[in-house]
Design a protein around this ligand. Structure first.
Ligand code: PEP
Ligand code: MN
Length: 336
């Protein structure tokens, strides 16, 4: 951190501030310019009350140098991290594809979809059992029954499973049924829920909030990791912009930024990002080309009659075509 002093601050006042800092076990480096003096602070900033420093009359401002997130920060963990979800590795050497319906609708539906997405090459089955719908009158998910179907579909196909959790009640239930937990966009800053999944023993997919900055997103990951769960992947799923032609705006630039700022794997969800079936395949390819470690794709046996997100869901043939067409991109990215 750097402390910028107000012009004209007396040397005695500067020394007083430096002494306050060194008394906490940190060291200081003073540099005096023609007009301004700045104090560089080195050491564990958590020992300092930064608001108290800011409120001193001689202090112009403080400038943080390292980000507030530590465990998710690439500066402290240089190599990309990877972890295993059942038999699937999510990390820098693979492209992991999570596919399935927006919502689990019935056992037959889920098993049919599971078999088809597996045949096309997906290794993780997605399916919502707790649906955070915009309207309370829309289908809310089958909850425990849906989780049980995910478990059956996994037993039948060998696929790993992922399900969104929306409350601590859902977390407690889901840990016995699925292999990975998802925090949805609407809950990215539900800090109590983040702490809950941080205590769970399953890997977590943390989706980006509808209007979250990358910094806020990484701090949300930090909430999970600081509870002891280091197996976190980030999922870019589009953000709110003024554009209405797509449901959200897919921020592929965020993938590049994340690859510099964090070691955590990055997944891209072009389904929720666009809300339009026809844009899913081109953006999936673009995501692989710019460094994504995996994709989340909504697939339905009968998209027109899906209980949620039909317009963005691929049918089996479309998903199979996408998986075939992705192969050259995956090859070029040096992944399996
Ligand atoms: C989902 O994956 O089913 C979902 C609701 O996504 P998001 O949280 O990104 O809207
Ligand atoms: Mn959906």
């Amino acid at each position: 951190m750097i402390i910028v002093m107000k012009p004209g601050t007396s040397p005695t006042a500067i020394t007083e501030i430096e002494e306050k800092i060194t008394a906490k076990g940190l060291s200081v480096h003073r540099s005096e310019g023609a007009v301004l003096t700045i104090i560089g602070v080195v050491g564990d900033k958590s020992r300092l009350d930064i608001d108290a420093i800011l409120s001193l009359p001689q202090v112009e401002k403080t400038v943080p140098i390292t980000e507030s997130y530590k465990l998710s920060n690439q500066k402290f963990h240089v190599n990309p991290s990877e972890f295993t979800v059942k038999n699937t590795v999510i990390g820098p050497n693979t492209l992991s594809v999570m596919a399935g319906p927006c919502a689990v609708e019935s056992e037959e539906q889920l098993i049919l979809i599971a078999k088809n997405v597996k045949a096309a090459g997906a290794t993780i089955l997605r399916g919502g059992a707790f649906k955070p719908r915009t309207s309370p009158y829309s289908f809310q998910g089958l909850e425990k029954e849906g989780l049980a179907y995910l478990k059956t579909a996994s037993a039948e196909t060998g696929l790993a499973t992922i399900c969104e959790v929306t409350s601590s009640y859902a977390v407690d239930l889901a840990v016995d049924y699925v292999d990975m937990l998802q925090i949805g966009a609407r809950n990215m800053q539900n800090f109590e829920l983040l702490k809950e999944v941080g205590k769970a023993k399953l890997p977590v997919l943390l989706k980006r909030g509808l209007a979250a900055t990358i910094d806020e997103w990484l701090n949300a990951a930090e909430y999970i990791m600081s509870e002891g769960n280091l197996n976190v992947a980030l999922c870019e799923r589009g953000i709110r912009t003024y554009e209405t032609a797509t449901r959200n705006t897919l921020d592929l630039g965020a993938v590049c930024v994340l690859k510099e700022k964090t070691h955590l794997p990055v997944i891209v969800d072009p389904s929720h990002a666009t809300g339009v079936r026809g844009y899913v395949a081109p953006l999936a390819k673009a995501a692989v080309a710019c460094g994504a470690d995996g994709l989340m794709i909504e697939v339905h046996n009968d998209p027109v009659n899906a209980l949620s997100d039909g317009p963005q869901s691929l049918d089996f043939a479309q998903f199979e075509t996408l998986m075939t067409d992705l192969k050259p991109y995956v090859g070029l990215s040096g992944r399996k």
